[in-house]
Design a protein around this ligand. Structure first.
Ligand code: ADP
Ligand code: MG
Length: 727
């Protein structure tokens, strides 16, 4: 008999703590392994430093001679720190990061040396032909190359110098998540800077900022390895609920278990050296669930840091005998994991454009960006929803633990009142009385700290939280570049339109600047009302109300990503120079393919679990019971019935579940076969979604019933109580 589960439990109990001592302050450790501004000042020539700083600030190109100097400096710095290899570090459409290491070591006329020049820094051609491209690279002349992104500093991880890069086809199309994000950030910078200049001529740049909050599960490594579903799909496909779940709320914000704290300490130390400004750690709602949040950063850097964090977490968890789960729903019946994206806009003069200020003018600036964001989300709510769609996240959105698939915005009663008053402003020129009233009693009254937004609505997918918006539906495994690309693009488009309208009013109707702004904002408040919702996003009524408001409610990924290639989306991304039609179609294709493959793999693992684990266990135990009944009959003859009633009952129950389980599993396999022969990926994804996936719940039901009926000694898959409560 296999003993894998019990061996795993024994291993998990025997684990020792690996305490990581921290010497010195975090601030001294911060960025030690990053080729950041401090290092650049030390290692770069004046010209090179200026050129890189320019590239970071304005996006200007770095010429080849300068690149050679930067490369030489990076090499010297990296080798001094023990690096032996370098790699371009990029984000293919798989959602995670990719790297291919090359040694600095080289031979020149038989002479061994360390080499790294501008050529290697600026551009590489990894033979990365196996990454998904959604058809962009079907023609083999359209190969892909990686190109240096100087706005995200190089860093050393292990003994490798990692250079953040974009990944694009020679024909120019983006093959990654970073290139479109950089274009979207460029667009928001241009649009927001123009609008910010209404209020302060000195603004020369606006950065989008992102502060993510990463949720995850940590389970014992040995127990994870006793679950083929966790290893192959990242989640438990079956498993009866533990007698105790999260109902006592005794894990949330509780004392962090020792071994977990050791992991966190080492993780934070590594992150700090890598320049990831980690700040907050705590237990989350579900047992064995945790969260980590950094100080917010410029969005591109924050995205890179989140991806790097996930990678570092994997490795450090392994060292501490854990497996980290980033899946959005690793366990049924308890909370899944998300990754809130806190977003705002920050000027180079240090002003948060979504922060109310101390003067009416500052507040008008705040209202401008605030209302334009609301308007943008209203216009493109369906597109924003599509940016967080994935097979994993489908389990979570709307499951009473995360916001629904319907996008709406929570702004709180205080700001709601301000918008209501602004809506009443009269059209055209404002009378002096009206101006005074606005200044003193409406705009002037927005407090710098918004009290009711600290206690905000947890059920809202897009909440204003005092000085930033918080996008709550993002899945824990998602690359934040996806929602950030869409959000920044739609707000950029909106701000651009706003500027046009305001300028037109100033020019044609000779309105004063603030009058024109009030006029346009008033119309936006009127036309974007349907997106505002402060009520319970989990409720039944909201589903109905949202339908009346004609808000989209796309509950599954195949449906949610249709909008990517709608006429409006194509026009939007084209007009903002973020993605062309080829790129959008490719992304949609990749999303569909990924969805199909996820469900296909889950379906296959289901078949294996049922036929190789659950059914054999069920039959083994049933046989034991049958032998028992027959034995009793041998001894007691006809009188045995009274004594074997219970056993017979269980034999029957097991038999019924076995037969149902086999039926459902075979049904699922047939449905998979039907889906697999479809060539159109949209139809195929829909077939997996509507034809295959519904079987999963039914199969699970019988598996879980059997788990409950069968002798614990026979069951070889780690149980929920072990996965969730062994720390
Ligand atoms: P919580 O939402 O858990 O109550 P906070 O509101 O303090 O916590 O902040 C949550 C996250 O918001 C943090 O990751 C923080 O870095 C981020 N954040 C704070 N201000 C901004 C900002 N201006 N732009 C983007 N993110 C921000
Ligand atoms: Mg939060």
């Amino acid at each position: 008999m296999s003993k894998i589960r019990f061996e795993a439990i024994a291993l998990s109990h025997k684990r020792k703590r690996t305490v990581v001592k921290e010497k010195g302050r975090r601030s001294e450790l911060f960025g030690k392994n990053v080729f950041n501004a401090d290092q650049m000042i030390q290692y770069l020539t004046k010209d090179a430093l200026k050129s890189v700083q320019n590239a970071i600030f304005t996006g200007s190109k770095i010429d080849r001679k300068i690149a050679d100097q930067v490369a030489e400096a990076m090499k010297t710095w990296a080798i001094a720190k023990g690096a032996t290899h370098y790699t371009h570090w990029f984000q293919p459409l798989t959602g995670s990061t990719a790297e291919k290491h090359d040694a600095f070591f080289d031979l020149l006329n038989g002479q061994a040396l360390e080499k790294f020049g501008g050529g290697q820094l600026v551009q590489q051609e990894p033979d990365a032909s196996s990454f998904p491209s959604g058809g962009i690279r079907n023609t083999f002349e359209a190969r892909g190359y990686t190109a240096w992104d100087p706005t995200s500093p190089a860093f050393i991880y292990g003994t490798t110098l990692c250079i953040p890069t974009i990944f694009v086809a020679y024909t120019g199309e983006a093959l990654d998540n970073k290139a479109p994000l950089l274009r979207a950030l460029h667009a928001i910078n241009a649009a927001a800077t123009d609008v910010a200049k209404y209020f302060d001529k000195n603004v020369a740049k606006v950065n989008a900022t992102l502060g993510w909050e990463q949720e995850y599960f940590l389970i014992d490594k040995a127990l994870a390895h006793a679950r083929p579903d966790i290893i192959l799909t990242g989640r438990t496909l079956i498993g009866h609920a533990a007698a105790k779940g999260q109902q006592l709320d005794d894990h949330y914000f509780g004392v962090i278990p020792g071994r977990v704290l050791d992991f966190m300490c080492e993780l934070e130390k590594e992150c700090t050296k890598l320049g990831i400004p980690v700040k907050t750690r705590h237990n989350e709602v579900a047992p064995n669930q945790y969260e980590l949040a950094p100080v917010f950063e410029e969005a591109n850097l924050a995205v890179d840091h989140n991806l790097l964090l996930m990678d570092v977490m994997d490795k450090i968890a392994d060292k501490h005998g854990f497996k980290v789960l980033f899946h959005e729903k690793p366990f049924a019946g308890i909370n899944g994991s998300g990754k809130h994206n806190n977003w705002s806009l920050l000027t180079n003069t240090g002003v948060n454009l979504l922060s109310p200020g101390s003067t009416p003018m500052k507040n008008l600036q705040f209202l401008t960006f605030f209302i334009n964001t609301i308007k943008a989300v209203d216009t493109y709510e369906e597109l924003l929803r599509s940016s967080i769609a994935s097979a994993g996240n489908d389990h979570r959105l709307g499951a009473n633990e995360a916001p629904p698939a319907i996008f709406s915005i929570f702004i709180g009663t205080q700001l709601g009142r301000v918008l209501d008053e602004l809506e009443g402003v009269s059209k055209g020129k404002l009378s002096p009385e009206e101006k005074t009233e606005l200044k003193l009693n409406v705009v002037g009254k927005i407090p710098e700290i918004l009290m009711d937004n600290t206690d905000r609505n947890r059920t809202s997918p897009f909440a204003f939280t005092g000085n930033k918006f918080e996008m709550r539906g993002v899945g824990s495994s998602t690359n934040c570049a996806k929602p950030m690309t869409v959000l920044n693009t739609i707000v950029a488009k909106q701000l651009k339109d706003f500027k046009k309208e305001v300028d037109a009013l100033i020019e044609k109707k000779s309105l004063k600047k603030d009058e024109a702004i009030f006029n346009v904002l008033r119309e936006y408040i009127k036309t974007s009302k349907r997106i505002r919702f402060d009520g319970d996003g989990y409720s039944e009524e909201w589903q109905l109300e949202a339908k009346r408001r004609k808000l989209s409610n796309n509950k599954t990924t195949p449906k949610a990503i249709q909008v990517l290639t709608s006429k409006e989306s194509l026009a939007l991304f084209k007009s903002m120079n973020v993605m062309n039609e080829i790129e959008l179609r490719a992304r949609q294709e990749v999303e569909l393919e990924t969805y199909i493959m996820n469900l296909q793999i889950e379906g296959r693992v289901f078949s294996e679990l049922v036929y190789n684990h659950v059914l054999p266990c069920a039959i083994e135990y049933q046989n034991k019971l049958i032998a028992n009944v027959l034995g009793l009959k041998d001894i007691y003859g006809a009188a045995h019935k009274k004594l074997s009633n219970g056993q017979s009952d269980i034999i029957e129950q097991i038999g019924e579940h076995i037969s149902e389980l086999k039926k459902k599993t075979d049904g699922m396999i047939d449905a998979r076969k039907r889906a697999n022969i479809i060539t159109d990926s949209n139809k195929k994804a829909t077939s997996y979604c509507n034809g295959v996936k519904p079987y999963f719940e039914e199969i699970r039901y019988h598996c879980d019933k059997l788990e409950q009926l069968i002798d614990d000694k026979i069951w070889q898959l780690a149980k929920y109580r072990e996965l969730l409560f062994i720390k």
